[in-house]
Design a protein around this ligand. Structure first.
Ligand SMILES: [Fe+2]
Length: 241
């Protein structure tokens, strides 16, 4: 059975549209799945996938607050919005439908990107293996990739947003996206590495010194998780061709 995590990751976090991932399709690929993966309004808050006190340079208080307040609120609000959308009829004013749809997308992407972010923390920050080679092949070197990723993160400091390393399903290659909000990333991609640059992700520990938070983030990246995502994304991409 496809878990929500598999679904979300294969569906591609990003963004503006949700793709139908190959594993969501039943054995007979012409038939859609008989039941939706998640019931309307039934999204559950997932636990942090690591011990909060184990991160280096990111306090347990900050990461727990981030999880319990910002992320959990997005999930709960998404459920409420979905239940409201279920009540929409042909007589519902368009402005109400539009507002609900906008909130649905914001909370959906916030949920997905936060799960990607927490999921790619808890590691030792050491990049190696296939991903190392893939980044080097795409960007010239991993140092160049990191320079671009960090520059994008710093460009969002003092404001808010996400930096996402994505497997772009339309082009088939790895791209870095900087998003000013939850709904501005690539529409058709697999998020591989997500960095939350909203102030709630760093201000408690670092105040306005967002660069120090980016340093801490890199110390905690779980590259093995990122590599798993890339492997799933590659398989999804193959299934589309
Ligand atoms: Fe956040």
């Amino acid at each position: 059975m496809t878990s929500r995590r598999d679904f979300l990751e294969l569906a591609g976090a990003a963004a503006v549209g949700i793709i139908v991932a190959p594993t969501l399709v039943s054995a007979d690929s012409r038939q859609p799945p008989k039941t939706p993966a998640i019931a309307t309004g039934g999204h559950k808050v997932r636990d942090l996938p690591f011990q909060a006190s184990k991160l280096k340079g990111i306090s347990a208080a900050m990461i727990t607050s981030h999880h319990d307040n910002n992320y959990a609120s997005a999930v709960k609000n998404l459920n409420k919005v979905e239940l409201e959308l279920a009540k929409v009829t042909k007589d519902t004013p368009g402005f109400q439908v539009a507002a609900l749809r906008e909130r649905e997308l914001t909370y959906t992407n916030s949920m997905i990107l936060h799960e990607a972010y927490f999921g790619n923390l808890g590691g030792d920050g050491k990049l190696g293996g296939a991903l190392d080679k893939r980044l080097a092949a795409q960007f010239g070197s991993t140092a160049r990739w990191e320079e671009l990723f960090r520059a994008t993160a710093l460009s969002l400091g003092g404001g808010s947003g996400w930096v996402i390393l994505d497997l772009n399903f339309a082009t088939g290659d790895l791209r870095i996206y900087g998003a000013g909000g939850h709904s501005q990333s690539v529409a058709f991609g697999q998020p591989l590495l997500a960095l939350d640059m909203f102030e709630h992700a760093y201000a408690m520990d670092y105040g306005a010194a967002h660069g120090k938070y980016v340093d801490a983030f890199f110390q905690n990246v779980s590259w093995s998780e990122v590599e798993k995502r890339l492997s799933r994304g590659d398989k999804a991409l193959q299934g589309m061709s």
